[in-house]
Design a protein around this ligand. Structure first.
Ligand code: 5GP
Ligand code: MN
Length: 341
């Protein structure tokens, strides 16, 4: 039996909104990760099982190592089909937003959501959710939105309706947001849920292989290049920085998802507790922050790089050039006591 962490009122109101809806759209954040795709597809499969049509919309393409997931090919991508996205949202009577706390995180999808008259449910685990939804299910203490989706489905009385496809999607989100259960994974109830998912027929070892062991040769060579040539250590500050320019990414035939996880690697060096990956994009510079222990990298991301996230995993961006961003970052690293950034 799981603790009833989702408020009863939110469970019954979600049930009512889903029960009365006819055209449901599921939305998730820019540069979707495993939890974004996992929680979205889990809802999509659940809704299908209870006789509700829905469609998943994402702002831009997700990494190809999620393509194997059932329903992945039906996801509608704003960057590729803007007119379809606009029409689907305009026509929807219920929007379910997952794995983001701020409409800024859905980028170009935001104006359509703001214009929409549809009811809205937010299911998320980031701090400080924006108040845009009719029902806000926000639990930062839970390590993945996919776990929250599992809990919500069960609390609404539909645990039986979780199919293997749905269970697989939930597992992908739980696995990827905890680094294959290596952080934010201490809660015993995570393993009760996994046990339930296994009884639904998922093959967890195969899911691990499909997500983590199907990378391209380019990605592995780029990883080698990063570690050999591009990793700068600020030992006194217990910090590592890896930066990649557009030219370098192109040299290694960069595809979306190719640098996923790189930011975690320097944390395996003894004495390094903060790791930052800086990646030049066509329009801006994107930063990923990771830390160990109680070092709040989300504060660093929010204070200096217009971002946010969790205590140990955060992101941000910068509109300066790559060189200027690195200069700014160096100042932040050197001038700030890491314990109190
Ligand atoms: P990643 O480094 O994997 O892109 O992101 C790690 C976490 O940081 C995400 O789960 C998300 O919570 C947060 N995050 C990433 N990029 C941004 C951003 O640009 N703005 C905000 N507010 N949060 C971000
Ligand atoms: Mn998440």
């Amino acid at each position: 039996m799981l603790t009833k962490i989702i408020h009863e009122d939110n469970v019954s109101r979600s049930y009512e909104l889903i029960d009365t809806a006819e055209r449901i759209v599921i939305l998730t954040h820019l540069s979707p990760d495993g939890d974004a795709i996992g929680s979205s597809l889990a809802l999509y499969h659940f809704l299908k099982e209870v006789g509700k049509n829905s469609v998943v919309i994402v702002p831009n393409r997700f990494p190809s190592f999620f393509n194997w997931m059932s329903g992945a090919t039906e996801i509608v991508i704003l960057e590729e089909n803007p007119k379809e996205v606009q029409a689907l949202i305009a026509d929807a009577d219920l929007l379910i937003a997952v794995d983001f706390n701020d409409l800024k995180r859905i980028d170009g999808v935001k104006p359509f959501v703001e214009q929409s008259q549809a009811k809205k449910i937010l299911i998320d685990h980031h701090l400080f959710p924006e108040a845009f939804a009719d029902v806000t299910i926000s639990h930062p203490e839970i390590s993945s939105t996919s776990e929250l989706v599992f809990r919500l489905i069960c609390r609404m009385g539909f645990c039986q309706q979780i199919t293997k496809d749905c269970a697989e999607a939930i597992y992908v989100g739980m696995m990827t947001d905890t680094g294959n259960f290596s952080y934010a994974s201490q809660s015993p109830e995570i393993y009760n849920i996994i046990s339930e998912l296994l009884t639904k027929g998922i093959d967890k070892d195969n899911i691990y292989r499909l997500v983590y062991n199907t990378y391209s040769e380019h990605r592995i060579r780029l990883m080698g290049y990063c570690l050999l040539e591009k990793m700068k250590l600020y030992k006194e500050q217990r910090t590592a920085v890896i930066s990649l320019s557009l030219e370098e990414l192109e040299r290694f035939e960069y595809q979306i998802g190719d640098v996923e996880g790189f930011v975690n690697i320097p944390l395996s060096i003894e004495g390094i507790d903060i790791s930052i990956l800086v990646r030049e994009d066509a329009k801006k510079v994107k930063l990923s922050f990771r830390s160990q222990g109680d070092i709040p990298v989300n504060k660093m991301a929010a204070t200096y790089f217009n971002g946010g996230g969790h205590l140990n995993a955060a992101g941000g961006e910068c509109t300066l050039s790559l060189a200027e961003t690195l200069e700014k970052l160096e100042k932040v690293i050197i001038n700030n006591n890491i314990e109190t950034v």
